[in-house]
Design a protein around this ligand. Sequence first.
Ligand SMILES: [Zn+2]
Length: 235
Amino acid sequence: MELTEQQHAAALEYASLSAQIRRNRAAAQQKERVARLQELAEDHRTLAAQAKDVRAEIESHQKEARAAGAQAADGRTKAESMESKLNAGVGLTSRDLVALQADIESVRAAVGQAEDRELQALESAESAEAQLEQLRRRAEEIASEGKAEGQRRQEEAARLDGEHAQLVEQIQAKLSELPAGAASIIRSSGIGVLAAGACGACGAALSGVQADAVRNAKRTWAFQCEDCESLVVQA
Ligand SMILES: [Zn+2]
């Protein structure tokens, strides 16, 4: 069909706006940002699971420290009572005294070992607490990055939606500048710009007859693609 210069220009602008709308909708999916947000959420879950393990570890070290501490205290009480008995010396033979002395030494040695275990458990708990603090800080960083990224996603979505609304308004205006027949084809099948002897909408090469018709026609002549039925306009 023959278009006027103005209609031909409107058809080309329609095709360009249509491509812009496709790009806008692809961009609106924000694939990279959504993937990053999923990655951050996954990292946050992993850190939470690690923190749970470390908290359990801290509790176990603390429990161990309490048990060792209680054991040491019991031992000290026992040793003190034995030492009183030794110092009083009432009714004890020299053999009893030697045996008691040896028992006291053995209890004192056990107290020393329990104190070492208590100290070690407390140190382990402290180092696990430092680890927990690091995990907590990392989780906070990730949460704040996720929040910022989510904010950017919303802003970008709003910007792209605004742009989309404008493009839709513009493309509808272009459609109203076209003859009813052309507009109807575009509405039902779309539009393509002829490129290297092929339909710009579906990529199908023109038939020999169509190629001949294009060669003999003016630049403003438009036709329907035999494959996808789009309106094909010449650039
Ligand atoms: Zn086509």
